[in-house]
Design a protein around this ligand. Structure first.
Ligand SMILES: O=C(O)[C@H](O)[C@@H](O)[C@H](O)[C@H](O)COP(=O)(O)O
Length: 242
């Protein structure tokens, strides 16, 4: 794993840097494989990145979009990560509908929908457990409690190692999420973290020693490249400058 930590002056610079890095990784994957697979993060931080990517010109027909986690709501719900990414990016580019692979959240049974998405990814990548497919890019955020995707502190999802997709739990609310081994198989994992409220968790996540059950982002240690793009507010206590 190659780990790179960059602290950008502010959120706008963070978004600009992330836009360039994601474009580079998409272009590189397409050049080497003829396509690129990317999993999107939810929450608020990545929205301006998605809006910036909508202004770029890439061979969108060669991009396949997945989600690394999803709230268990219908796609039109304002909390839906799918809804946010479509409005900010995917509805604004000529990407074939078949290239967009949202997490299913409509059956009323989160375990069933997780299994459905698990099967969809196994079929798309042509691999089954115990083999984990390597997505080209996985975008992640980090909560102020140190969670990532929907891998929340001290939840069963943190220990799931025999499937690609599982059901996460945020304060009793179900979410669908990539598992740790699926994330760690990726060629490029890119964290986007902004805001002073993330400082305490970031210090714990970046420390040489720590409690991964309490700070689940510590579990992310991909076989490929690991990028942490931070704004100065979030990275203020880290002795890294770029
Ligand atoms: O569905 C989600 O909310 C995300 O996947 C979640 O893991 C998010 O990335 C973090 O909670 C950070 O959220 P912010 O970017 O809003 O701080």
């Amino acid at each position: 794993m190659d780990k790179v930590v960059e602290v950008l002056p502010d959120k706008s610079a963070l978004v600009n840097r992330a836009t360039i890095l994601v474009q580079e990784k998409i272009e590189s994957a397409i050049a080497s494989q003829g396509q690129c697979t990317i999993a999107l993060a939810g929450g608020s931080t990545p929205k301006p990145l998605y809006e910036a990517l909508a202004q770029t010109s890439l061979p969108w027909e060669k991009l396949h979009v997945f989600w690394g986690d999803e709230r268990y709501v219908l796609p039109e719900h304002p909390d839906s990560n799918q809804n946010m990414a479509r409005q900010a990016w995917l509805d604004r580019i000529p990407i074939p509908a078949a290239n967009i692979h949202p997490m299913p959240t409509a059956s009323g049974n989160p375990e069933e929908d997780a299994a459905t998405y698990n099967t969809e990814l196994e079929q798309f990548f042509g691999q089954s457990i115990p083999n984990f497919p390597a997505l080209d890019i996985i975008l992640l955020g980090m909560g102020d409690d140190g969670h990532t995707a929907s891998l929340f502190p001290h939840t069963a999802a943190l220990s799931v190692g025999d499937r690609l997709i599982t059901v996460g739990n945020k304060d009793g609310q179900p979410r669908l999420t990539f598992t740790v081994p699926l994330i760690n198989q990726a060629s490029n994992v890119i964290f986007l973290v902004a805001g002073a409220n993330k400082v305490p968790a970031l210090e714990q996540v970046m420390a040489a020693e720590g409690d991964s059950q309490q700070y689940p982002s510590r579990l992310i240690s991909p076989s490929g490249e690991l990028w942490w793009l931070l704004d100065a507010a979030a990275g203020s206590k880290l002795d890294i400058t770029c």
